[in-house]
Design a protein around this ligand. Structure first.
Ligand SMILES: Cc1cc2nc3c(=O)[nH]c(=O)nc-3n(C[C@H](O)[C@H](O)[C@H](O)COP(=O)(O)O)c2cc1C
Length: 171
């Protein structure tokens, strides 16, 4: 897919077909995250790539709106340092937002859907993922081929109008 098509085709996919994702495609997706920019190149992320069904089913319980994780072909858990400092936390959130989007666009480029899940139950996430106590799981990104229809560029996305969002020269 062309980059512009991948950007326009990405949408939150929460129902996945049984088709597995090829290992090299999964590696490409997390590589897109690894290559993302970050504040002072700190790269505050680690990615735990989960493909085991039982692990996915358990991970899906960390947040009530994360049920789609259970049926994903793979889910990337984004793990970051658990800082108390508001500035550091804010910077990390921005960085992982970028890494998340890169992975989702890389997936869309391959025709693979993706869906975020927040992480409420950190204890459960740690039990499943096994990350150290000075880290937290910031977000889960579920991946899989869409069960409903293939990804194609969306003509009219559900977004605020262009002219309302974009300000030229001044507000
Ligand atoms: C920071 C963030 C957290 C999100 N958390 C969830 C979530 O916990 N569960 C979920 O189903 N969708 C989640 N979403 C997906 C959004 O609801 C979705 O991206 C938005 O409605 C726009 O739809 P689209 O991605 O199809 O364009 C999250 C998105 C972002 C950016």
């Amino acid at each position: 897919m062309e980059t512009w098509d991948a950007i326009r085709a990405r949408r939150n996919v929460r129902q996945y077909s049984d088709r597995p994702i090829a290992p090299e495609d999964l590696d490409r997706i997390v590589e897109a995250g690894r290559r993302s920019p970050s504040s002072m190149n700190t790269q505050p992320w680690d990615f735990v790539l989960v493909t085991g069904r039982q692990q996915l089913v358990e991970l899906a319980k960390v947040w009530q709106y994360g049920r789609h994780v259970a049926g994903s072909a793979a889910t990337v858990a984004v793990v970051v340092p658990d800082s108390e400092d508001p500035g550091t936390r804010e910077s990390i959130e921005y960085d992982i937002g970028q890494a998340t989007t890169s992975m989702m666009i890389a997936a869309a480029d391959l025709g693979i859907g993706s869906g975020h899940s927040a992480v409420r139950d950190q204890d459960l996430a740690r039990t499943v993922l096994g990350h150290p106590s000075d880290r937290r799981c910031a977000v889960l990104i579920a991946f899989g081929y869409p069960a409903d229809r293939p990804l194609v560029p969306i003509k009219r996305p559900k977004r605020r109008p262009f002219e309302e969002v974009v300000h030229r020269d001044t507000w």
